[in-house]
Design a protein around this ligand. Structure first.
Ligand code: MLT
Length: 409
């Protein structure tokens, strides 16, 4: 008899952003007179850079000629892109990462969801609370999370991030084999200092644990003391894998491209008293299940690093940063408490007195036709907050703020 992977049946509901979309669709059916504006899912709105579009056109034309046509590419990604990434994102910043350690993919969401396949099913996983749901849900599917009760999975170690600790996770009090860290953080917008990240690397060494470091939002960092990569920390190559994305940096949410860095020096237990290098195992997994990011998309990603591409992507990021500043200023002027939004495209907004996360979500949706993301959807510690994204167009962001303002007059 065909039987489902019963771990799927343990989920209390559908994926967070599907649930939000479901509720928005139901609301739209009631026929609101205003256009609904999304400050919900972190989807970009600025168009792709011209340099990226040109690269896409050129690569597409190459595919139409026998002499330049390309079929299957290297699963790990074309050397031209891996070398550009290694140079611009790492080596030019004095960080030791080689092109051979980079695995290009169709995005960081897939990578962070898939990477857990490399680890034994009884591994103990630690996550921050609130947390990007993919880290938890992919481990639920693999059977590592245990059972769900009272908003939490009983085999997951939760590291609460609250206003009391500045939304900074404390080192786990119990052992964890794997910890997911995301900085700048989705959803709280918090960032980690060099010193705090050093403490995490030291912890991982001490515990024999691995850090899965999601740096998808590093382009939004403004402050000096905030590391862009975990490999800025000495020793991190021995204990950390890093995930990056072109989605939020260069507007690739629809094009799809990201990458994972798996240092050649990184090893984990082989379960038998020895050590095994992780990079060949990730390579094995990638080669088995993936035929590589499309050639034209990799050429587009390469163009992000051209002088023209750089100018244009930083202009788009500046638009989102301006949105974030305006959102913080306006929301605070309405009396709302706002966190994040400085080195990150997300604002973590405290719901007003008398509202929980979903209550405030519904108020904004039904009275202002604004979509946000309920904080509790990211974890129990997110209750009482909503997340708002700064990725909207400036016009929509300004209108959304006016509508929210009208609720607080
Ligand atoms: C989010 O809204 O949290 C992100 O857009 C999700 C993602 O990047 O997959």
């Amino acid at each position: 008899m065909t039987t489902i992977n019963t771990n799927f049946l343990k989920f209390p509901g559908i994926y967070l952003f599907q649930e939000v979309a479901r509720q928005v669709a139901a609301f739209k059916k009631t026929g609101p007179d205003k256009r609904v504006i999304s400050l919900g899912i972190g989807d970009v709105t600025q168009p792709l850079a011209k340099a990226v579009i040109e690269a896409l056109h050129k690569a597409t034309d190459e595919m139409g000629k026998a002499e330049t046509f390309r079929g299957y590419g290297p699963e790990q990604g074309y050397p031209f892109l891996r070398e550009a990434i290694a140079k611009h994102d790492y080596q030019d910043r004095g960080i030791n990462v080689d092109a051979s350690e980079i695995f290009v993919s169709d995005g960081a969401k897939c990578d962070v969801g898939n990477f857990q396949e490399l680890f034994s099913c009884d591994s103990i996983v630690a996550v921050t609370d609130p947390v990007y749901p993919v880290y938890v849900d992919s481990n639920v599917m693999a059977g590592r999370a245990g059972d769900f009760a009272d908003g939490r999975w009983n085999r997951i170690v939760y590291l609460p991030c609250t206003k009391e600790n500045g939304f900074m996770p404390e080192l786990p009090k119990e052992h964890a084999d794997i910890v997911y860290l995301c900085f700048p953080n989705n959803p709280t917008g918090a960032t980690i200092t060099r010193k705090a990240l050093e403490a995490w690397v030291a912890w991982a060494k001490r515990e024999g644990s691995l850090i899965l470091y999601d740096a998808a939002y590093e382009a939004f960092i403004e402050e000096e003391d905030v590391p862009h990569s975990i490999y800025e920390i000495e020793g991190a190559r021995d204990v950390a894998v890093e995930f990056r994305s072109f989605s939020k940096t260069a507007g690739f949410t629809g094009l799809r491209c990201g990458f994972v860095v798996v240092p050649s020096t990184l090893t984990v237990s082989d379960g038998n008293g020895g050590r095994v290098a992780l990079k060949p195992e990730w390579s094995r997994r990638v080669a088995t299940k993936y035929n590589g990011c499309p050639y034209i998309v990799q050429r587009a990603a390469e163009a992000v690093y051209s002088d023209e591409g750089q100018k244009e992507i930083w202009a788009a990021i500046a638009v989102y940063k301006k949105n974030a500043r305006l959102m913080t200023e306006k929301l605070e002027s309405y009396g709302l408490k706002v966190y994040g939004g400085k080195n990150a495209p997300y604002l973590w907004v405290r719901a007003p007195e008398g509202y929980d996360s979903w209550g405030f979500f519904h108020l904004l949706l039904e009275k202002a036709c604004i979509i946000c993301t309920p904080g509790v959807g990211f974890g129990a510690a997110g209750e009482g907050y909503v997340r708002m994204t700064a990725f909207g167009s400036p016009a929509d962001t300004a209108e959304a703020l006016e509508r929210i303002g009208a609720l607080f007059k």
